[in-house]
Design a protein around this ligand. Sequence first.
Ligand code: CDP
Ligand code: MG
Length: 153
Amino acid sequence: MEQTLIILKPDAVQRRLIGKILQRFEDKGLRIAAMKFMRISRPLAERHYEVHKGKPFYPGLIEYITSGPVIVMVLAGPQIVAVTRKMMGKTFGFEAEPGTIRGDFGISRTLNLVHGSDAPETAQKEISLYFSKDEMVEFAMCDEPWSIQKENV
Ligand code: CDP
Ligand code: MG
């Protein structure tokens, strides 16, 4: 099953939105494959956002993502990267469609509540930054036969 790395960023934690955001992912029928509550260190943030180094928003982004604790998780499911990106909405809250996480809960450019990997290959790289192999939990959800059709997902 495809995997993605999702982070509920410091503003989601501080604004007590963990439950509401997680509920959306649960409602969609996705499986949690790993999860932790942690504070992202500056070196880890710099590795995660390496592709943005040198961009004008980079210093503010590193400041923001290290400013308080976050929930980091691996979600698994069919087309999970595309599905979660759609659920998150466009990067800036003021552009994100209503009905998306960023569209419903925020209006900021930087403080946009949630991170989600942008491709399956990026996801694997990001997952390895946050989780060791033995932190990944292998199991099946009891409703999978009713929510995921094996032959054509
Ligand atoms: O998170 P997403 O993949 O949608 O966007 P990104 O282009 O990979 O940017 C990573 C993060 O940097 C965003 O989620 C924003 O928090 C922040 N950002 C920003 O503060 N200002 C920008 N002009 C672009 C991104
Ligand atoms: Mg990105």
